[in-house]
Design a protein around this ligand. Sequence first.
Ligand code: FAD
Length: 441
Amino acid sequence: MKTKVMIAGGGVGGLMAALKLAKCGYDVTVAEQTKNSAHLYKGELLQPKSIQLFEQAGVQEQVISTGHPINEIEIIEMKRKNDQYHQLGKAVMDYNIINSRYNYALMIPHEILKNILLEEAEKYQGFNLIRPARFTGFRNGKALVKTSEQELEIEADVYIGAEGRKSKVREAMNVPVKEQTYDHHFLTVSFPRPPSLTEGRMISTAHTFLGLFPLPDNKVRTVYLISSGEYKEMKEKGIQYFHERYLELCPDLDGYVTQIKSWKEIQLMIPVHFHAEHYVKGNKAIIGDAAHSVHPMAGEGMNLAIQDGDALGELLCWIFENGYEPEKYLDWYEEVRRPRVEHILNISHLSSIPYSKPFKYFTRIRNKGIKQMTKDPKLHTKQMLNISGLGIWKETFLDRMIQVGMLPARTYQNIQLMHERYMFSSENDYPWRTKGGNSHA
Ligand SMILES: Cc1cc2nc3c(=O)[nH]c(=O)nc-3n(C[C@H](O)[C@H](O)[C@H](O)COP(=O)(O)OP(=O)(O)OC[C@H]3O[C@@H](n4cnc5c(N)ncnc54)[C@H](O)[C@@H]3O)c2cc1C
């Protein structure tokens, strides 16, 4: 079997790349190992840049109408005294501070998002999905894909590994990764929410963290931090213990979290951090979790996969339109994406440190840092712009001094004008279109 581009893995990253290629009129084949939608939770927070890319891909209406917008995230620090939690401080991280029409995030169930991408891709003749079909490796330069009936040999101009953390394409490219784990894990579950809970909320204590992110259909996605190894012990204490842990931090959830009747509904999430040394080798490239894995604290993994899929899909369209050899020009993808991913990996990793030992016990310092960040408009804008994916505005030593409270917060009049120059233009996103040649020329 022949195709122009073969993609192993039909997650958000693989489907985004496939949609871009199919829209350009190229033949693209996706092999996805699962038969139906997975019931695993896999990330639901869409950052502003991903919303912008969905508009370009022609699916923004479906995405927005099925998602729940998040304008701000309230951050509450709590301290335990006399067997009860009391509020130590509060700050608000506000997406609206970004001067863009994509100045909000969106919560959307992962499988619904994948279905939107799939339905759109299926409108184009060049799109093929083989499912269930497992990519197992390469033989004589062709991809081997196993279905229940046969083993297919697929010949393509370009092969994309979009199969997540355990990527076989990455293995075939001989690109090593060094996984870093953390001293904490997360429990995650969604359930109906109180009507007043319409924006994001993060509640921290010296021992844990509860993230509440409203979903459509009056539900809320919750993420609860536990020490690594604590899961088994908690399960043994029964589901009531889980309810109590939530309710001591957020009494508003009474009558809602209690609708969770069994530990089977709760998923354990183990954060892992890695960044592959290369994204491209010859006519092979890796995207999304195959290329990098990010701590979930900043809600970025799914967004990085979508943004990789967009950049690689757009680059391949340009390569094919011009009749160029993919091997010569694929490094543009790595040139654009690697520094952006590296920046987000660092932000996510840094966000995890205040919740790791021994720093998690310094609640007052953490509270001060977050307060300073939202009080200082420059720091606040930098933080929101950087996590949005719409641009990069790096923090300086001075910023860090302000954040830890060693210097006072600044006041600015024209912060909007200042941050616009740090936002990515279409030329920054797709530089090959204006610069041509390969990225190192
Ligand atoms: C519990 C949890 C919570 C998360 N929360 C967030 C969040 O809030 N926000 C966020 O942005 N990100 C979040 N993430 C991360 C996010 O889910 C991933 O970063 C994102 O799904 C990566 O997309 P991907 O397309 O690269 O890989 P995946 O989504 O992993 O998709 C890979 C696909 O490839 C298929 N596959 C695997 N091997 C093969 C094979 N050999 N042959 C064929 N098919 C194969 C798989 O079945 C899967 O469908 C979370 C992840 C987890 C696990």
